[in-house]
Design a protein around this ligand. Structure first.
Ligand SMILES: N[C@@H](CCC(=O)N[C@@H](CS)C(=O)NCC(=O)O)C(=O)O
Length: 339
């Protein structure tokens, strides 16, 4: 960046112009009547369209939860499919209000890129898949391998760190979309395919012959995936952050889509009453109705229900809860108190 533009941005920040220009997403969203959500173009379990163009997945459900909180209606959301490379520009430029696209929370993205991560939808880590016929049992045996991946991802950077720190040589084949990277791997252009472990599950079942491939045991990184907003809009940041917390808290307190009405009417637990808006004023300070979390759980279910139907036992992926279990069940998913 040259001196002049550094000065201009500094001066605008000092005047509060930049912050002001970025604020007000909640009002904008209310005015237009829907949330514009950036998602992956096709990653089973996270975000994928069906043959009618309807998106589903855990990332999609987070967008819907935000729409339920704002409008009381989870259908008031439109989806913008984005590649890894396109996603941050789409958010920075205002093309989308929210990015919920298997995106890893990193220091650089959370600071230098002008973005704020609102939480973690899914704790992931990067792994490798190879053809069984390659005869490799560990990533450490991949010296000299060609590895397919998607450009503009942490995946590409971790790959470089991992091979360098283990003194291994490799050739990266970085493609513009996941479908291209997978097709390249499936056609034999690469010895290995690497992505977030969840993506390996999603990809493997879509290969021509899934049983010919295996996932190697190493997980080489932390990939906390979560929703992202623009920096400098604390109200919108709170709406997205607490929408995710509401899903997690509902699971902790045993509130489900099926029992939420009954719990709202007659729960003896004060925290559940506050969560569901039966007691206190916990929506208005965020610019939401007080029953915003009730609307989320009624339409989306709680975090556990959302996990199960999209990526867990009730989905084709059958991923274990693992570290995505809630904090009092040995996992990392936790919400601060609703009080
Ligand atoms: N979590 C990593 C990787 C995210 C990523 O974009 N992964 C690819 C490979 S699984 C993907 O989801 N592509 C979906 C698509 O191209 O629609 C990041 O934030 O950089």
């Amino acid at each position: 960046m040259n001196k002049l533009s550094q000065f201009t941005i500094g001066a605008l920040l000092a005047l509060g112009t930049v912050t002001a220009a970025q604020a007000g997403t909640l009002d904008d969203v209310k005015k237009k009547g829907f949330v514009q959500c950036g998602v992956s173009a096709g990653l089973a379990g996270f975000s994928a369209p069906d043959d009618k163009g309807n998106y589903s997945g855990i990332d999609v459900d987070v967008c819907k939860a935000v729409a339920a909180a704002v409008f009381g209606d989870a259908t008031k959301v439109k989806f913008t499919p984005l590649t890894a490379k396109e996603r941050f520009t789409a958010l920075q430029s205002g093309e989308v209000d929210l990015l919920s696209r298997n995106t890893t929370w990193t220091l650089n993205r959370d600071t230098a890129q002008g973005l704020s991560f609102a939480g973690v939808t899914y704790y992931d880590g990067q792994g490798f898949m190879v053809r069984k016929s390659l005869g490799v049992k560990s990533a450490k045996e991949l010296d000299g391998a060609s590895v397919c991946t998607e450009t503009g991802t942490t995946t590409e950077l971790n790959l470089s760190d991992y091979f360098k720190s283990n003194g291994l040589k490799y050739t990266v084949v970085a493609l513009g979309s996941n479908s291209e990277a997978v097709a390249a791997y499936d056609s034999g252009r690469c010895d290995a395919y690497t992505t977030d472990a969840s993506g390996l599950y999603a990809t493997r079942i879509a290969l021509a012959k899934p049983d010919d491939h295996m996932v190697l045991p190493e997980i080489i990184s932390k990939e906390p995936l979560g929703p992202v907003v623009r920096q400098g809009d604390s109200q919108w940041f709170s709406v997205v952050k607490w929408s995710l917390f509401a899903l997690v808290a509902a699971e902790e307190y045993g509130v489900t889509a099926a029992n939420v009405d009954e719990q709202k009417a007659s729960s003896a637990n004060p925290e559940v009453k506050r969560l569901l808006g039966a007691e206190g004023e916990f929506g208005t300070p965020m610019g939401l109705p007080n029953d915003w979390a009730y609307k989320i759980v009624k339409q989306i279910g709680n975090y556990g229900e959302m996990f199960d139907r999209n990526v867990g036992a009730g989905s084709p992926l059958k991923i274990d809860r693992g570290i995505n279990a809630r904090w009092n069940k040995g996992g990392l998913q936790s919400a601060p108190p609703f009080r």
